[in-house]
Design a protein around this ligand. Structure first.
Ligand code: SF4
Ligand code: SF4
Length: 265
């Protein structure tokens, strides 16, 4: 069974996948757990690498260069769930990514996929912190699945570079780029000095563990890339194209407002 499970992830270029007992994870939203049709006993947790390499010009956070990963995750989790169901026909599974009822970062670190850095992100050996975390809660008892792999021990050296380099410790600038409505003069200046119209990667970029991150092997994150946005790019996107970008949930208005804070192109 373990080999079959490993194969399911390996075939989809997921190098980091592991199982952890549900009793060892922190539940952040008990109501979501109560709404499940089963009692979770284990968590199959994995890291999805998205780093697409460097670009001559980029004014978006790295995670937002490819199309929105939620679309990838929907297809991916449906496919994997089908495979899991074949292996464990009577078991139940529920997939989550970022809207999870559990503390995903802590669970991923506890499962051994990597470590939590001082910037509180998961860092994997191959892909640094440029990974999305996803998981299946399942009714299968942990001892019926077993350990999938061992990824070696990573240590955050606590060099503090991530914290020292952060331009805005009180309110993450990433959140500021996503703020709706009018910005104050100071907020506009902060976004303009950041050089990014969506998200902030500074604490990740300076981390020695992310500097040599490998490019993702997953095709979805290497296709349809837009690393540098201009107002024209946004305005010329069809509704459907725009809906597939990571910055669409705030609407065109917010991203256009941010773009207009910069000298173009
Ligand atoms: S920059 Fe240094 S302190 Fe921060 S996560 Fe990386 S190794 Fe740890
Ligand atoms: S994303 Fe940017 S603003 Fe937010 S904590 Fe990291 S360095 Fe600071």
């Amino acid at each position: 069974m373990v080999e079959a499970l490993q194969k399911i992830f390996a075939e989809r270029d997921i190098a980091y996948a592991e199982v952890i007992p549900f009793s060892e994870v922190s539940v952040l939203f008990p109501r979501k757990i109560a709404q499940l049709s089963f009692t979770p006993q284990s968590v199959i947790i994995f890291a999805i690498p998205y780093y697409a390499g460097e670009f001559d010009k980029r004014n978006l956070s790295r995670y937002a260069v490819a199309k929105d990963y939620h679309f990838f995750f929907r297809t991916f989790s449906d496919e994997v769930k089908n495979e899991l169901q074949k292996l464990y026909p009577t078991a139940d599974f529920a997939a989550f990514a970022d809207n999870s009822p559990i503390d995903e970062r802590a669970a991923a670190a506890k499962a051994g996929l990597g470590m939590l850095g001082m910037h509180s992100l998961l860092i994997t050996e191959k892909y640094g912190s440029y990974v999305f975390i996803g998981e299946f809660l399942t009714s299968i008892p942990y001892d019926k699945i077993g350990t999938l792999a061992s990824f070696g021990m990573l240590e955050c050296e606590k060099c503090g570079l991530c914290l020292k380099s952060c331009p805005k410790k009180e309110t993450c600038l990433s959140a500021l780029t996503q703020k709706k409505g009018e910005l104050t003069r100071d907020e506009k200046d902060e976004i303009a000095s950041l050089g990014s119209v969506w998200g902030c990667d500074i604490c990740q970029e300076v981390c020695p563990h992310s500097r040599n991150a490998e490019i993702t092997p997953i095709a979805y994150f290497k296709e349809d890339l837009i690393a540098h946005l201009t107002p024209e790019t946004v305005e010329n996107m069809s509704e459907d194209e725009f809906a597939h970008r990571a910055y669409s949930w705030r609407g065109k208005k917010t991203i256009l407002r941010n773009l207009l804070l910069f000298d173009q192109p």
